[in-house]
Design a protein around this ligand. Structure first.
Ligand code: SF4
Length: 214
């Protein structure tokens, strides 16, 4: 890729940097997946099911992974054929099918968590303040992509009804009223199993406070 192809401004440089990271992630994900006899998509579905700690419907999996219904259905059928997931009638709707991990699937999902380690190691070389700033910037970028509906909404603290965001998290941490825990910026969750979506005014308030912190 020639230098400056995404523009010479900061936006172009950052975009170029993120694209280089995504290339590295794709290649590492494929390397891991080939070794495990899966595709990266199948690995992602296993990890999602493990994070949710319960059955998920096909539509939910498709929404969370931003895959088409057909791709999700194919991937889940392949995982079922390998004995890594099973389909059962959903408890709340006998006509719908819910997908859940088998014991072998849980083991495979734990192994699938390992491939991004190369990235964790690189992030670990940054200073604590740099990690915090990077995480804050990532959260804001993810939020912006959600707002313009280019990625599905995340079950994250800043959109949750239980978060009391802090104007000065270095001095007074954010607070989760449900779990009764204080949270620094880097404790804010991106995918919480007990998340409850806040109403629009609550979400707006928390994001506004978060965005204002220098
Ligand atoms: S319930 Fe979960 S998502 Fe909501 S504020 Fe607490 S930790 Fe964050």
């Amino acid at each position: 890729m020639s230098e400056g192809v995404y523009g010479e401004q900061a936006t172009g440089r950052v975009t170029h940097g993120l694209l280089r990271l995504s290339t590295a992630m794709r290649s590492q994900a494929w390397e891991w997946a080939e070794g495990a006899g899966l595709t990266p998509t199948q690995g992602e579905i296993l990890v999602l099911l493990m994070q949710r700690r319960g059955p998920m419907r096909l539509g939910e999996i498709a929404r969370e992974t931003a895959l088409t219904a057909a791709t999700t259905s194919d991937a889940v059928s392949t995982l079922e054929g390998k004995g890594l997931v099973e389909k059962r009638r959903a408890l709340d709707d006998g006509r719908a099918l819910a997908v859940r991990l088998t014991a072998r699937g849980r083991t495979a999902a734990k192994k699938a968590l390992v491939w991004p380690e190369f990235l964790s190691k690189a992030v670990g070389t940054l200073k604590a303040d740099e990690q915090t700033q990077l995480y804050r910037s990532l959260l804001k970028t993810i939020r912006q992509l959600e707002v313009v509906q280019q990625i599905p909404p995340h079950r994250m603290c800043l959109s949750c009804t239980h978060l009391e965001a802090s104007k000065n998290p270095k001095k007074t941490p954010h607070h989760c009223t449900l779990l009764n825990i204080d949270m620094a910026d880097t404790d804010l969750r991106l995918d919480c199993s007990v998340y409850e979506e806040g109403d629009l005014s609550k979400q707006k308030k928390n994001w506004k406070i978060f965005a204002q912190v220098a």
